[in-house]
Design a protein around this ligand. Structure first.
Ligand SMILES: *[C@@H]1O[C@H](CO)[C@@H](O)[C@H](O)[C@H]1NC(C)=O
Length: 341
């Protein structure tokens, strides 16, 4: 039945196209007719590549240069995060190029607010789905926003499980982002666990193509300690190794009763594939954020304003004032002040 309609739609779309005198075809209706014809046609012959030129598709195949483009994108827009950059490129590229992963990809991003966790997730998602966070295949949950009441945890658990199941049934390459993991109820974290595991399928649905990204502040203090230690010893930040941070982060997340993860068995069952540490941002990184934001708003970069905005931020620790409290987070509102006068 659907195919019949599809064929009819295709015929109609094509007829519209062919019958309209060339001058009368506005770009919009031409686009509509084309898209209509294309989507109808694909309903009929299931010709995915053509369809995906016109509409967003579930799980597009990564292009040949996916890894390089992702890397470039991260280098251009995410500052001061050599480790996160490296881990993300490796993890995501490796996962997408594996036709038969044994489990979904689970990334856990750790660091202070404003260090770029949300930004990095956004970049990942945009490299997979053109419409990024707005894609119908991308789902973002913020603990304090979506699951605020401890008394409703049963309801949340049911909802969340059915959403994950429903969306992955629709599109195997669904992406789920959980923000504020450290504020998430332990029971709720546990309810996600089965989806992250090595099952071939659960109730007929396979979750192995899905991507889960967890964001939290857990471990941020430890990360800062390590960074500060390097700084005080005159060592380069870029020399901080992944293993070193992994160890301190896992330890602190594991042992910290407040971090949420602690209760859950995400970690001790190895359901998290990659820890992605985000270092605290320095003055020079804040300036980089300001420049990029100015450029993206179409302004010529004025170094006086760049410094002024960076100077307005507060830095810690008290004596040395190296790292920005808010990272790049409030740069945007500060800029509004300068430019909307
Ligand atoms: C997919 O997830 C969203 C929440 O992001 C939810 O509202 C929707 O009902 C889910 N879809 C299915 C088919 O479960």
């Amino acid at each position: 039945m659907g195919r019949l309609w599809g064929a009819a739609g295709a015929a109609l779309g094509l007829a519209l196209l062919l019958l309209s005198p060339a001058r009368a075809v506005e770009p919009v209706s031409l686009g509509l007719a084309l898209a209509g014809a294309a989507s109808a046609l694909t309903g009929y012959i299931s010709y995915r590549p053509l369809y995906c030129l016109f509409a967003e598709c579930c799980g597009p195949r990564p292009g040949r240069h996916f890894g390089a483009v992702l890397q470039q994108d991260l280098e251009k827009r995410l500052f001061g995060q050599h480790l996160a950059q490296k881990v993300i490129v490796k993890a995501v590229t490796g996962f997408l190029s594996n036709a038969n992963p044994k489990k979904p990809l689970a990334l856990s991003m750790h660091g202070w607010t404003g260090t770029g966790k949300n930004y990095a997730s956004k970049i990942i998602v945009e490299n997979i789905y053109k419409s990024g966070l707005n894609s119908r295949y991308v789902h973002q949950f913020v603990s304090t926003l979506h699951f605020p009441h401890a008394s409703l945890i049963r309801q949340y658990t049911d909802d969340l499980q059915s959403w994950i199941r429903g969306n992955v049934s629709d599109c195997a390459r669904s992406i789920f982002i959980f923000d504020e993991m450290d504020k998430m109820h332990a029971g709720l974290i546990d309810s996600i666990k089965p989806f992250l595991d090595y099952y071939e399928q659960l109730d007929g649905v396979s979750y192995r193509q899905a991507i889960f990204i967890f964001l939290s502040n857990a471990g941020a203090e430890k990360i800062t300690e390590v960074a500060l230690d390097y700084w005080r010893n005159g060592k380069k930040r870029e020399d901080i190794g992944l293993k070193e941070l992994n160890d301190v982060v896992s330890l602190s997340v594991f042992n910290n009763k407040n971090s949420g993860f602690w209760h859950s068995s995400l970690i001790d069952r190895n359901l998290i594939d990659f820890f992605v540490p985000f270092l605290p941002l320095e003055y020079k990184h804040v300036k980089m954020c300001v420049r990029v934001e100015l450029e993206s708003r179409g302004y010529i970069v004025d170094e006086d304003i760049v410094s002024e905005v960076a100077d307005e931020m507060t830095y810690f620790p008290k004596e040395e004032k190296i790292y920005c409290h808010k990272g790049c987070k409030t740069v945007y509102t500060k800029l509004d002040y300068y430019y909307d006068l």
